[in-house]
Design a binder for this molecule. Structure first.
Ligand SMILES: [Zn+2]
Length: 275
């Protein structure tokens, strides 16, 4: 099915090209470059083009298709999501924390890491929701649809072989959704997911900084992004100890301020009901 916003991005492209063309035409026909109409046409063209690029790179894309990144609700609910696993020993440690706190979360697993740690992937899937995070964790923003399709299908096979489940959630690696990524994922039956708050926790960020970024950035209906693993190549040297150490206090502080935790499908259902 064609996305209802298929016309919106074409309109933005038209405005961008039209503004630039008009400014160029006025300049070519001898009108001063700094005249208000020329500057206005150039400004509108640049703004529309900038908006298109922003939406191309955004984990909250609106223009090219639907990416779920928060629930529209005043209720104090949130979804914790963890990317790039499974990754020994951090995923096991995280499972212990979540189990102790009685919290279910959503894990976006990398197919290659699932192949490496199938039992751990299955353990995650037995308690939590698993989403597809591709097979090799590549940048897909400029990739052709065929590459996107292959990455998704290989990731799906790996997760299915290990866990017996077939995810219908997809989060693009690095958060950059191009329009062809969204449309290909939707053709394969996936719902695309972003996030509302993250902690930049892939660079050995101190535990207290991870905590404060999530706690200050999270709003009712929010989706947090943390990492229990790392890219496939760097897997053997991954260090997610700071993230794992941050999670108990994040959960404890949010519970103390009245939050409860939902999986992503539960949060999406809540959002749909709010509408
Ligand atoms: Zn990732």
């Amino acid at each position: 099915m064609r996305h209802p916003r298929a016309r919106a991005w074409k309109a933005a492209a038209g405005i961008s090209a039209g503004g630039a063309a008009l400014a160029g035409l006025r300049t070519a026909t001898g009108r001063p470059l700094r005249s208000p109409p020329t500057l206005a046409a150039a400004g509108v063209g640049l703004a529309a083009g900038g908006f298109m690029v922003y939406e191309w790179l955004s984990p909250r894309s609106w223009l090219y298709g639907r990416v779920f990144w928060h629930a529209r609700t005043p209720e104090r609910v949130a979804a914790l999501t963890f990317d790039d696993g499974p990754c020994h020993p951090y995923t096991e440690q995280l499972l212990e924390v979540l189990n102790r706190e009685g919290v279910r979360a959503t894990f976006f697993q990398i197919g290659n890491n699932v192949r490496r740690e199938p039992d751990l992937a299955a353990e995650v899937a037995s308690e939590h929701v698993v989403g597809n995070h591709t097979y090799d964790h590549p940048h897909l923003v400029w990739s052709r649809s065929g590459t996107v399709r292959e990455e998704l299908q290989r990731g799906q096979e790996a997760i299915h072989d290990a866990t017996g489940t077939l995810p219908d959630l997809f989060r693009v690696p690095h958060g950059w959704y191009g329009p062809q990524v969204i449309s290909t994922a939707e053709e394969l039956g996936f719902r695309c997911v972003g996030w509302s708050v993250m902690a930049w926790d892939w660079g050995r960020t101190p535990t207290d900084v991870i905590q404060s970024r999530i706690l200050h950035g999270l709003r009712p209906g929010g989706v947090s992004l943390l990492h229990d693993g790392q890219d496939t190549d760097a897997f053997p040297t991954a260090d997610r100890s700071h993230t794992i150490a941050a999670v108990p206090d994040i959960i404890g502080s949010l519970k103390a301020s009245g939050y409860r935790f939902l999986t992503l499908p539960e949060l999406m259902d809540l959002d749909a009901r709010t509408l």
